[in-house]
Design a protein around this ligand. Structure first.
Ligand code: F6P
Length: 342
């Protein structure tokens, strides 16, 4: 038996820990493992590397992915899916572990229907994938964001400044809410509740009147303005899955606040600084559990299924179900973030 493993979509902390666990469990079963490079692109171009446990021992400590990644959508290439199926056969792969978010796993679900044997492992720092309580990569990202916010608070307070901090998270507010709550942000703006500029100005005025000038505002990159249809994007370009590159809401808000209030204000975008770097303990453990469980799914013949975290248990759910809709911020967490504003 020989299995392939690939990482697709944006990288996040914990990918290497999954790869390591997959190789470990596969070797325990006496199976060979082929690393597929650059996500689905590696199966189109036959870009692979052999993986033995000696190659992956210790990599759970590192961020990124030793297999590299890309946002390749085989269904956008002429004969892309057919080429993948042919090449998987040529490589002698009996099954594939696809580690990715909704795009990579959406492709996995379609290829599964075409006959390829695939199991999924959910990753994303955005934590916006349905079917699992948490994706790995999220905890590491929010911890990085929290540390950055803690630093921004001390410089902001020293200068009596309003600090507007934009964080990634696509169209969900998980990252903004968790990092903002942990750092004690004064205001947390998430895509789940459109932004009303007048309310923000009033809020700040109220703080200034009380002599509270230093203010931390955390805004999710996907946050939208009331009465506007979509989130701000850097340009009109879309990736192979049709996604625009989000960003700019932090600077936009900063400029708008400046128009209405006389205050010292700065905007910081944390961007990719919270996506890279080594995983937290939580992510290393979750990724390791997911990697072992994914190989067990193959052993049980549960193709088209994805490992997932439900409460404290690792379970399996259908990839189709998990990728059918985005997991928005939990309303309870949203309420907590609002209950703590001051
Ligand atoms: O999906 C993960 C993510 O980090 C989003 O939070 C962000 O919008 C996007 O990827 C950025 O992608 P890129 O790496 O292409 O800039």
């Amino acid at each position: 038996m020989k299995i392939g493993v690939l990482t697709g979509g944006g990288d996040c902390a914990g990918l290497n820990a999954v790869i390591r666990a997959v190789v470990k469990r596969a070797e325990e079963y006496g199976w060979g493992v082929v690393g597929i490079r650059y996500g689905w692109a590696g199966l189109i171009k036959l870009d692979t590397m052999p993986l033995k446990f000696k190659d992956v021992a210790g990599i759970q400590r590192t961020g990124g992915t030793i297999l590299k990644t890309s946002r390749t959508n085989p269904f956008k290439y002429p004969d892309g899916p057919e080429t993948i199926i042919k090449n998987a056969r040529e490589l002698g792969l009996d099954a594939i572990v696809a580690i990715g978010g909704d795009d990579t796993l959406g492709v996995a679900a379609k290829l599964c229907r075409m006959g390829l044997k695939i199991v999924g492992v959910p990753k994303t720092m955005d934590n916006d994938l349905s079917g699992t309580d948490f994706t790995f990569g999220f905890d590491s990202a929010v911890n990085e964001a929290m540390h950055a916010l803690d630093n921004i608070v001390t410089t902001g307070e020293s200068h009596d400044r309003v600090m507007v901090v934009e964080v990634m998270g696509r169209h969900a507010g998980w990252v903004a809410a968790y990092a903002g709550i942990a750092a004690g942000a004064n205001l947390i703006l998430v895509p789940e509740e459109p932004i009303c500029l007048d309310d923000i100005v009033l809020f700040l005025k109220g703080r200034f009147d009380k002599g509270e000038k230093a203010t931390l505002i955390v805004v999710a990159e996907g946050a939208v303005l009331k009465n506007e249809t979509g989130a701000l994007a850097y340009d009109n370009k879309v990736d192979e899955f049709g996604h625009v590159r989000l960003g700019g809401i932090g600077q936009f808000l900063t400029d708008e606040i400046k128009k209405h209030l006389k205050c010292e204000i700065r905007c910081v975008s944390l961007g990719h600084t919270i996506r890279g770097g080594p995983p937290t303990t939580f992510d290393r453990v979750l990724s390791s559990r997911f990697g072992l469980a994914a190989v067990d799914l193959i052993k049980e013949g549960k193709f088209g299924m994805m490992v997932a975290l439900k409460g404290t248990q690792v379970v399996s759910v259908s990839i189709d179900d998990a990728t059918s809709k985005m997991k928005a911020l939990d309303p309870e967490i949203h309420k907590v973030s609002k209950a703590l504003i001051y």
